[in-house]
Design a protein around this ligand. Structure first.
Ligand code: TEU
Ligand code: CA
Length: 555
C-alpha cells in the first residue's frame, strides 16, 4: 500500500517493566502486568514497544546487569509469561523490541566467574589487566579511565590478581569484543530471542563496547575538579572507537539474514543507544562506503541539546541538523524521553507537555515515547535518600544524589487514583509513586473532556494519514520564540505545526511561512488552548499562549 516499512514511521513506546504494572502484589512491575496492559497500548494506537531489560539479573542496575541472557528475571515472570506476552502482542498488532545489553554482563554471570577463575576458553571474556605498581610498591589501576557511574573504571579482583574494566558499576564488568568467542556467544543470544518472535533490539550503551588496547591515560577534560567524576577525563580511548561501527554492521547483517530466512515475520530491526556526535551517528545509519548499520541510531538531541531556556532557533537547528546529516533514504527518529533522563514536564515545564508531544509526533519519521509521557507524568524530584536506589545516585552520596539520580523519572506508572496509583497492591512499591497521582493519572485523563492523553491519542491517529507518513518537510523560526513546520504531499492538505517555546504569550504572523492565502483549521490543540479542533485561524495574527503548540490543516 505504501512504500515504507513498518519501522520507518512507527511510534516506539518504551516500557520500563519494573514500573509499568505489578500483577502479583510484590511492588515490582512484571510481564503479566505488561500483558494485561497491552490492550491499553492498542487502544492508544501504539503498534511497537521496546522493553527495558527483562532478563535474569541481580538488579544492581535494575536489569542492565544481566546474569543470564536467556532467562527471564523471576521477579518479572517466567518464559511462559514472556511467550504469552509475545502472543498477545501479536494478536493486537504490537511488535516487541527487547533491550540487548552487550557492553557488560553482571559479575554474577557464569562467564565472569569462569573468566575470573581462568577456566579454559573463558580467560579473555572480559578485559583483564595487570596492576601498575607505583613508587611505593603499591598496586594501582592501569590508567585513569573513569566509570560512567563514578570512580575508577577498574576493579581489583583478588582471585585473579588482576583489574577488570567496568564502564558502569563494578558489578557490570565489560565484555571483551576483541575475543571472537564473545562475539559468537552474543550472536547466539540475539538469535535465541529472534526465534522467540521479537521484532528486534534496542542496543544498550553500544558506543562503550571497545577501548583502546594500548591503555593510555585519557586527557583531562578540564570540566570538573572532581577526579572521580566521569567528566574529569575525556573519553577518546573508551568511547566511539571505530570498532563499534563494525560491530553494529555485523549485527545488522545478522538481523537482515534472519529476516530473509523468516520472511513470514516483519523486518527485524535494531535501535542503537549512543550519546555521540552527529557524524558518528550518521555513520551508524550508513557509512561512507554505503554499508548499513542501525536502522534507528537514537536521536537524543531533544534531550541533550534543548531545554526550557531554548528558543525557536535552537529547536529548528536541532531538527535540521539531524535531517541534514542523516544519509539519504533513511528514517529520522526523535527521542523525547527515557528512563535515564528527566521527563518532559520536568525539563520544559508541565505546560509544555502537549507542545512537545505535537513536535515529536508530527515530525517526519519515527517517534520514541517513554511510558508516562502520554500523560505528562512528572519527575518525583523530592524523592528521599532513603528511597533512592539508582547506583550512580548511591555512589555520589546523600549530598549530591539529586544531581544524578534517575529514580525520579522511573516511578510507577500512574493508572488511576487508587492506592499506589493502581500500579500495585503491595504495601510498598520498589520506588515510591509520585504523590501527584491522585490528579495526574490515566483514568482521570480518559474521563476529562480534554487531557494530555487525549491530545497524544489524537496525534497518533493523525500520524496514520498519508501526509504524516510520506509528507515532505520544511521548518522555520517564525520569531525568536515561535517555530513552525509543514508537511506536504501531492494534492493533500498540508499539515502545519506551530510551537511557542517561551513562557509568554506570543503573537505571530504565519502568512510569509505559508506563502499562500489559504485557511488554517485547527486539527489538534493542547489542553489549555483557547482554540478548538475545527476552528479556523487567521494566519496573519495568531496568538499563542505560553508553551502552546497547535497542529493545523491548511485548506
Ligand atoms: O545507558 C547508557 C549511558 O548512560 C551511557 O551510554 C551514556 O554514555 C552516559 O549517560 C554518559 O553520557 C544505558 C541504560 O540506558 C542505562 O539505564 C544503564 O544504566 C546503562 O546503559 C548501563 O547499562
Ligand atoms: Ca510483581
Amino acid at each position: 500500500e505504501d512504500f515504507i516499512d513498518w519501522w520507518q514511521h512507527t511510534v516506539f513506546y518504551q516500557i520500563y517493566p519494573r514500573s509499568f504494572k505489578d500483577s502479583n502484589g510484590d511492588g515490582i512491575g512484571d510481564l503479566p502486568g505488561i500483558t494485561s496492559k497491552l490492550q491499553y497500548l492498542a487502544e492508544t494506537g501504539i503498534t511497537a514497544t521496546w522493553l527495558s531489560p527483562i532478563f535474569q539479573s541481580p538488579m544492581v542496575d535494575f536489569g542492565y546487569d544481566i546474569s543470564d541472557y536467556r532467562q527471564i528475571q523471576p521477579e518479572y515472570g517466567t518464559m511462559e509469561d514472556f511467550e504469552q506476552l509475545i502472543d498477545k502482542a501479536y494478536e493486537l498488532g504490537i511488535k516487541i523490541i527487547l533491550d540487548f545489553v552487550p557492553n557488560h554482563s553482571s559479575d554474577e554471570h557464569e562467564w565472569f566467574k569462569k573468566s575470573a577463575a581462568k577456566e579454559p576458553g573463558y580467560e579473555d571474556y572480559y578485559v583483564w589487566v595487570d596492576p601498575k605498581i607505583d613508587e611505593n610498591g603499591d598496586r594501582q589501576p592501569p590508567n585513569n579511565w573513569q566509570s560512567v557511574f563514578y570512580g575508577s573504571a577498574w576493579e581489583w579482583h583478588e582471585g585473579r590478581q588482576q583489574y577488570y574494566l567496568h564502564q558502569f558499576t563494578k558489578e557490570q564488568p565489560d565484555l571483551n569484543y576483541r575475543n571472537p568467542a564473545v562475539v559468537q556467544a552474543m550472536d547466539d543470544v540475539i538469535l535465541f530471542w529472534l526465534n522467540k518472535g521479537v521484532a528486534g533490539f534496542r542496543i544498550d550503551a553500544v558506543n562503550h563496547m571497545f577501548e583502546k588496547e594500548s591503555l593510555e591515560d585519557e586527557p583531562l577534560s578540564g570540566k570538573t575538579k572532581d577526579p572521580l567524576s566521569y567528566d574529569y577525563t575525556t573519553h577518546i580511548y573508551t568511547k566511539d572507537l571505530p570498532e563499534v561501527l563494525e560491530m553494529v554492521q555485523h549485527w545488522r547483517h545478522l538481523l537482515d539474514d534472519f529476516s530473509s530466512k523468516h520472511p513470514e515475520g516483519p523486518t527485524r530491526i535494531m535501535m542503537t543507544e549512543a550519546y555521540a556526535g552527529l557524524t558518528t551517528l550518521a555513520d551508524y545509519y550508513e557509512d561512507r562506503n554505503g554499508v548499513r548499520g542501525s536502522q534507528l541510531p537514537f536521536n537524543f538531541h531533544f534531550i541533550t541539546d534543548v531545554n526550557g531556556d531554548s528558543d525557536a532557533r535552537d529547536f529548528v537547528y536541532n531538527v535540521e541538523k539531524w535531517l541534514i546529516y542523516m544519509p539519504r533514504g533513511h528514517a529520522a527518529n526523535w527521542v523525547m524521553g527515557n528512563h535515564d533522563n528527566p521527563r518532559v514536564a520536568s525539563r520544559f515545564g508541565p505546560s509544555a507537555v502537549d507542545a512537545m508531544n505535537m513536535l515529536l509526533m508530527t515530525l517526519p519519521g519515527v517517534a520514541v515515547t517513554y511510558n508516562g509521557e502520554e500523560l505528562g507524568m512528572e519527575d518525583y524530584r523530592d524523592m528521599r535518600w532513603e528511597d533512592t536506589v539508582d547506583p550512580p545516585a548511591r555512589n555520589v552520596g546523600e549530598q549530591l544524589f539529586r544531581n544524578v539520580s534517575r529514580d525520579p523519572e522511573r516511578t510507577p506508572f500512574q493508572w488511576n487514583n487508587a492506592s499506589h496509583a493502581g500500579f500495585s497492591e503491595a504495601t510498598k512499591t520498589w520506588l515510591p509513586v509520585h504523590p501527584n497521582y491522585r490528579e495526574l493519572n490515566l483514568e482521570a485523563q480518559k474521563a476529562a473532556p480534554k487531557s494530555h492523553y487525549k491530545v497524544y491519542k489524537a496525534l497518533i491517529e493523525l500520524r496514520k494519514s498519508a501526509i504524516m507518513r510520506l509528507g515532505r518537510f520544511t521548518i522555520e523560526p517564525i520569531s525568536r520564540w515561535v517555530f513552525a513546520f509543514k508537511r506536504s504531499f501531492a494534492n493533500f492538505d498540508s499539515i502545519i505545526t506551530v510551537i511557542n517555546v517561551s513562557d509568554k504569550e506570543q503573537l505571530v504572523n504565519l502568512s510569509e511561512f505559508l506563502n499562500q492565502p489559504k485557511k488554517l483549521v485547527v486539527e489538534v490543540a493542547g489542553v489549555e488552548s483557547a482554540y478548538q479542533p475545527g476552528q479556523s485561524l487567521a494566519a496573519i495574527a495568531l496568538s499563542l499562549a505560553p508553551h502552546e503548540g497547535l497542529v493545523c490543516r491548511l485548506v
